[in-house]
Every structure is written in structure tokens, then in C-alpha cells.
Design a protein around this ligand. Structure first.
Ligand SMILES: CC(C)(COP(=O)(O)OP(=O)(O)OC[C@H]1O[C@@H](n2cnc3c(N)ncnc32)[C@H](O)[C@@H]1OP(=O)(O)O)[C@@H](O)C(=O)NCCC(=O)NCCS
Length: 262
């Protein structure tokens, strides 16, 4: 944890306004993902998103943008929803709840706009993101996309295929309301665990050990695809004292769904 961040409660979360703030999002995107320019979401896309019902919500330390959440509207089987494409917090401000606060602001705005669903994809090898998405926000995952974006220039990907889980955040589901309003963690019979070792970050970052990360990715991909084909859903996430992670899969009792051909 970074102890040098002063009073993150004083950081303001609000919608970005004007070109300068949107430009700051593009710059922070480059800082966080270290993408080649060709992979960056450009300023124009942030402008378009604002005009078509998307969201660009920023976290501000004074006037300085230190985090943002960006989404665009989507449609599936006749239902409009929001697809959150990026969530970023500057490295030195992480692990103080800002990522969660940005997501909660997305939720509030989405509900006000009449949306039921916010979706995003995340790398199932990222233990931190899985914990935030499933355990802290109450998203679920029951779809797996193999090499979703093709090759990525971001070093965060470590040169591996861009496999992604789809997080579905059913904004007013019983599960989400119980977790956020009443701090009740969902209880369900666990039918399967899919594990991610804490060393995954080091393995991805090292050319010599990358094959170990690739092996876990391949193994877990098969596990997820098989579990999802049997109707299981990732409903929980567990971390142990050594920071190993495990997806907990079971059957979701609620019937929120927009039929999908994916
Ligand atoms: C993902 C990201 C936005 C989260 O922002 P953040 O402000 O650090 O998030 P929060 O502080 O709200 O929550 C982080 C949680 O992960 C936990 N965490 C931190 N390191 C962890 C690790 N190695 N393993 C597991 N959990 C970890 C924190 O303890 C916290 O959980 P808690 O609230 O239960 O204590 C930020 O890490 C980031 O910008 N990452 C790079 C870009 C990215 O991956 N974006 C998301 C995909 S688009």
C-alpha cells in the first residue's frame, strides 16, 4: 500500500468537462498502460462518447486528473447498456479506494440514465482487478473471450494473448444492492475454484518466466470455458495471505440477462 497519498477522501470524483480534461484522460491512459500511440483511445473518441450517452468520470486532486473511468453505450438483443472500456488510477494514488469510487460514480450516473447493466472486460490473470470487480463491486462473470483484442502493446499484458472475462454489473440486482448498501457478501454453494498464483505478475514481467504465466492462462482458459458451458458463473473471489487468488464459481439465483450470441 502506498502510504504517501495524503487524504484521498478529499479527491473529487465528477464528470470530466471540456477538452483539457479529456486530453488529461488520454495522457493518463498513456501513462498507466504505456500503450503505443496506435493503441490509444484518442481524444475524439472521448468527445464522441460524451455526446452519445457514454461516461468520462474523473478523479481530481485539486485540478489535476489522477484517475478516470470511461464508458460507451452498447446494445444487445434490443437492450441498451454501458460498456466501461477503461478504469485507471495513477500509480501513486492506488489502493486507497479511488478505483472503487470511480466505479460507484459510474453506477450512480448509469442508474440515473436508466441503465440496468454496466459491463467491462478484465484480464482473469489480474488478481487485484478480479478482487475489486467480484468481491468489492458485486459484478459477475460468465463469458470468456479468447485473445479479445488480439496483440496488445501494453507491457501490463506481458506479450500474452489478451484473454478477457466479461464482468456484468447488474446495477440494481439483489446481489449488488446487498453488497453495496448492506455490506453483505453473497453466499452461494461453491462448485468450482479457478486459481491464480501471486507470482503471475512477476512471471508476466520476466521474459525467462513468461512461459509459466502462459501455462496458467491456457489452463485457466480451459477451466473457464468448460465451467461456463455447464452454466456456472464466477460469483466470488478469494485471496489468501500470500496474495494468491481464486475465482469461486457457482449458480447465480437471479435471472438478469440480455441474451447474447457471444
Ligand atoms: C485497477 C485500478 C484502476 C484500481 O484502482 P485503485 O484505486 O487501486 O482501486 P481500489 O483502491 O478501489 O481497490 C483496489 C483493491 O485491490 C486490492 N489489492 C491491491 N493489490 C492487490 C493484489 N496484488 N492482489 C489482490 N488485491 C489487491 C486493494 O486492497 C483493494 O481492495 P480492498 O478495497 O478490499 O482493500 C488500478 O490498479 C489501475 O489503474 N490499474 C492499471 C489499469 C487497469 O488494470 N485497469 C483496469 C482494467 S481496464
Amino acid at each position: 500500500m502506498n502510504a504517501t497519498v495524503p487524504g484521498t477522501q478529499e479527491i473529487t470524483i465528477r464528470k470530466c468537462e471540456g477538452m483539457d480534461e479529456l486530453n488529461a484522460c488520454v495522457a493518463l491512459q498513456k501513462e498507466v498502460w504505456k500503450f503505443d500511440d496506435v493503441d490509444l483511445v484518442p481524444l475524439r473518441m472521448f468527445v464522441v462518447s460524451q455526446k452519445i450517452g457514454g461516461q468520462t468520470i474523473g478523479a481530481f486532486d485539486g485540478n489535476e486528473l489522477i484517475g478516470f473511468a470511461f464508458s460507451i453505450p452498447g446494445s444487445r438483443a434490443g437492450h441498451a447498456y454501458l460498456h466501461s472500456h477503461m478504469l485507471a488510477v495513477r500509480d501513486s494514488f492506488r489502493n486507497h479506494g479511488l478505483g472503487r469510487r470511480l466505479k460507484l460514480a459510474q453506477r450512480e450516473d448509469a442508474i440515473q440514465q436508466g441503465f440496468e447493466l454496466l459491463e467491462w472486460t478484465f484480464d482473469p490473470l489480474e488478481i487485484k482487478n478480479a478482487h475489486l470487480n467480484l468481491s468489492r463491486l458485486g459484478a459477475i462473470a460468465r463469458r470468456y473471450s479468447v485473445n479479445h483484442y488480439g496483440h496488445s502493446s501494453s507491457p501490463l499484458q506481458g506479450g500474452l494473448p489478451t484473454d478477457r472475462l466479461v464482468a456484468e454489473w447488474w446495477l440494481t440486482s439483489k446481489r449488488v444492492v446487498a453488497l453495496l448498501d448492506r455490506k453483505e457478501s453473497p453466499k452461494f454453494p461453491i462448485e468450482k475454484r479457478i486459481e491464480v498464483p501471486a507470482q503471475i505478475y512477476a512471471w508476466k514481467a520476466s521474459a525467462a518466466d513468461r512461459h509459466k504465466a502462459a501455462g496458467i492462462q491456457k489452463h485457466n482458459r480451459e477451466q473457464f470455458l468448460s465451467a461456463f458451458s455447464q452454466g456456472l458463473t464466477a460469483l466470488g473471489y478469494e485471496r489468501d495471505s500470500q496474495d494468491n487468488g481464486a475465482f469461486l464459481l457457482g449458480r447465480w439465483g437471479e435471472d438478469w440477462s440480455y441474451a447474447s450470441s457471444e
